[in-house]
Design a protein around this ligand. Sequence first.
Ligand code: F6R
Length: 607
Amino acid sequence: MCGIVGVALKNGFEVGPVIYECLKRLEYRGYDSVGEAAVIDGKIVVKKDKGKIDEVEHELAISRLPAPVGIGHTRWATHGAPSAENAHPHTDCLNSIAVVHNGIIENFMQLRQELEREGHSFKSRTDTEVVAHLVESYVRSGDNFVEAVRKAAKRLNGAYALAMISISDPDEIVCVRKESPLVLGTSKNGNFCASDIPAFLPRTNQVILLEDDEMAVITSEKITLFRLSDGATVLREPFTVDWSIERAVKTGYPHFMLKEIHEQPISVRNALRTHPIYLDLMALTMDRAKRIFLIACGTSNHACIAASYTFANLAKVSVTPVVASEFIDSYGALIDQDTVVLAVSQSGETADTLSAVRGARERGATILGISNSVGSTLTRLSDVYIGQNSGPEIGVAATKTFTAQVAVLTKIAIALAHKRQVLRPAELETLESAFVKLPDWLSQVLLQEDQVMRIAEKYAEKESFCYLGRGINVATALEGRLKLLELAYIPAIAYAAGESKHGFISVVEAGYPVIFVAPKDETHSKIIGNVMEMKARGARIISIIDEDDAEVGSLSDDIVRMPAGIPSSLSPIVYVVPLQFLAYQISVKRGHDPDFPRNLAKSVTVQ
Ligand code: F6R
């Protein structure tokens, strides 16, 4: 997730201060580097560097850009670590085109190789730079700027919102969108494009939505829309937005956490865009290892626990998930050159995780990393890393980053299974088609918010809860419990359901709420027995079940129904969502702020 903006002002007003102000309001989308570009005296002038907006402003005075038309970008690194070279805008060989981008171009490696063969030379490691060179090559073969952008966009796979300027048409911004957000704003003083409405909301509340596979040409006087496929003109009237800036930043949601829960269909889709090269590299490294550990803290540890089931069941490989703070003390004696440590950290800065990684490195282990922060210490300590592409998560409780981590870890497990030739083609096909359906399943589950709200209303005053699951969904139960603990401050227990009769059951009395994560997988018949054990002792049964599940449904007091057909290895990604909602809603009902729970920090940088 990055923020892009384009501004075209009337009456020769200077664009620099306006772009700067828009970027400040997009900073929540990413803040590792920033840049602006405009055509000044017939030349593209770019000001950009790594750092937060105010730091780069202090260093380069990005708000001084004496031109009426320009583009800007605030970055959340995906391809290439934060650096001046990788900061946007990116330019072509002739410095005649500048481009800013939000999204992921999946086929950038092929395009880059093709363009390099044609003689283009690249300055950055980003996927975005291919766009500038691709447009340049169409312009060189005779197309005008708009047509060159249209042809270039048709060659891109993946997700993109792009805004571009060219020395050939200095009064225009050309933008194009597919699967990444881009909105247009129109006013009597000029016109805008941006990743999100808050960017320009103080200047205009007249908004036009650009749809997928559409492009727009923006000048200070007008905005013209086109279809990407054939260049035909599209007519669309602006509508009025009456949101406050604060509400607009949360896209209408009362809290960032709720916004981030709702972002999961997109964030999981973005996580699944990880380039196969990195998956294969990790799989190769793991395949050669004698021992594999998955190291993380908190929610990231729950993603690792879920993944340990998938590595066992799909790749037929035993991996050991360990909480980072225990790793060196417990397993230090086993770590050597034949050890692979896969560390997972949203922030990439968690002190316990980094200490475990450093300890493992000193003992000769190979370090693999998954992080939401490319350029973080974890990615710098890793021999190979994958960026999970979730975009900034502002709510302290991890939600969209958990589901993205499970998605990436499942992809790695499948790559390893493929390498070891232990997955039948039919199984692989089922999983691949499930990945395609995953964003839709998540969208369907989001529709259950009201049902979870009814459950939250019924149980919000309970003094304790228990979460039970079997198999991979022990991890989901643990994660549901953690959300409730940290947001609602309610003591809660989570267990492997089969283990509950070995002690926990003595706590259960009439009315005690027990939440079952019970998909219709190979654990189903056993979990029915566990539900009955709890019911016999008077527990109130709340179950997250498959929509076709009549058995657990009939034993439960309250149910939330999930789409049918989700493979077991992907079930935590979908089944955790009602548990995120439940913790959020109970927290709000009890008068807490779910975005900033007491005593917790987003990134725990002390051991
Ligand atoms: C839970 C939560 C924490 C983090 C943990 C690890 O909602 O946010 O438990 O998961 O502090 O953080 P990262 O993943 O940044 O290493």
